[in-house]
Write a protein that binds this ligand. Structure first.
Ligand SMILES: Nc1nc2c(ncn2[C@@H]2O[C@H](COP(=O)(O)OP(=O)(O)OP(=O)(O)O)[C@@H](O)[C@H]2O)c(=O)[nH]1
Ligand SMILES: [Mg+2]
Length: 339
């Protein structure tokens, strides 16, 4: 992969430059606003197939696993040194679904804020855990008064289309804004009918792109609304199709904000994989979906504690008019510890 960093004042100008220098297949790896407002855009293109290097993935992942095993032995010994209550909490956190790495980080952090006496007390540790969780996990409220373009990302079935409809309902009925919905997911069987149904219930315009070439036409809707909501297919950024369409979205809506959806149904390694992959775009927030379906939110909390992306909403059912609320950190922590 050929990677290049570009600097400029607007996304539009940078995206144009990226296409001119690296061609139509260029993809965005990350974007960052620097001090003084300048933008740093990291872009890449894949090299031709024959130029790809010898695959060392197998060996690398074995070395990684061995390193992890050694590290966890060292960590467990260190936790033992903190006392019985800390060790119990460490084991409890792992049993609730946190990975060894995060459980160790939590207990080590708690031990720094507590004296040896408190470290022996279960209650004091629990209180400190709450403080740690509230300070480490941040939240954000992304709906502003300016013109907005909001794209939802995530693996298939995680709840993108349903959550988008819920956001449309908040914008349309609670905040009385003009809303439009565009979908980049025209290929999916039944998606047109589903989106038309949502458009009818919420009384908002809906446009669907079947091909990449249709994307620019779709975004003309952006001129007529305050909030443009963008539905995406449940494809990874590595699969051809989505990343090109997202590139176009960023060109057409340089102020677009992207949110990644995660649900407690997935193991933490799957959630972390999504965070790594979609985190290449600068994510505005994480939306936690299907919180009503599983009380075991440990894997979700593990992913949330591993990445510094703020949380915004959580969704709690299939009703597009009601089942969404701002993230409640206390509720999530209680759910994890009581599961
Ligand atoms: N219980 C519950 N079900 C939900 C929630 N959000 C979505 N669903 C359901 O999950 C299923 C999949 O939701 P979609 O919104 O179609 O998921 P998607 O991410 O758009 O899926 P693709 O378009 O296939 O990528 C649907 O049956 C939704 O009704 C939620 O918060 N709770
Ligand atoms: Mg969908």
């Amino acid at each position: 992969m050929v990677v290049k960093k570009l600097y400029g004042n607007t996304m539009k100008e940078l995206l144009k430059q990226a296409k001119a220098e690296l061609g139509e297949d260029v993809v965005i790896l990350s974007q960052k606003t620097l001090a003084g407002g300048r933008i740093e855009l990291t872009v890449a293109v894949d090299p031709p197939r024959e130029a790809q290097a010898y695959d060392t993935n197998g060996l690398e992942s074995e070395i990684f696993e061995i390193k992890q095993m050694l590290l966890s032995l060292v960590e467990e010994r260190e936790v033992m040194g903190l006392g019985k209550a800390a060790l119990f909490l460490y084991q409890e956190l792992k049993q609730k679904g946190l990975s060894e790495k995060i459980a160790y980080e939590v207990v080590r952090d708690l031990s720094q804020g507590l004296g040896p006496e408190d470290l022996m007390q279960k209650d004091a540790l629990r209180k400190e855990l709450r403080r740690f969780f509230f300070s480490r996990v941040t939240t954000t409220q992304p709906l502003g008064d300016e013109k907005m373009c909001i794209g939802l990302l995530g693996r298939t079935g995680v709840g993108k289309t349903t959550t988008l409809a819920k956001l449309a309902s908040i914008e349309r009925f609670h905040r009385k804004r003009r809303v439009g919905l565009v979908s980049l997911d025209g290929e999916k069987v039944g998606s047109s009918e589903e989106l038309q149904r949502i458009g009818k219930i919420l009384d908002i315009p809906v446009e669907i792109a079947y091909e990449r070439s249709e994307v620019p036409k779709l975004f003309e809707l952006g001129d007529k609304v305050d909030t443009l909501l963008v539905d995406t297919p449940g494809k990874g950024l590595n699969e051809k199709g989505l990343r090109e369409k997202l590139f176009d979205v960023m060109t057409l809506c340089p102020h677009a904000q992207f949110h990644l959806l995660l649900s407690p149904h997935y193991r933490s390694d799957v959630l972390l994989q999504d965070l790594e992959e979609y985190g290449r775009l600068s994510l505005k927030s994480l939306i936690l979906t299907k919180i009503d379906e599983s009380h075991r939110v440990g894997s979700l909390m593990d992913a949330v504690l591993s990445h510094p992306v703020p949380l915004s909403w959580m969704t709690t059912g299939q009703d597009i008019l009601h089942d969404i609320l701002p993230v409640n950190k206390g509720m999530l922590l209680d759910m994890m510890m009581e599961a």
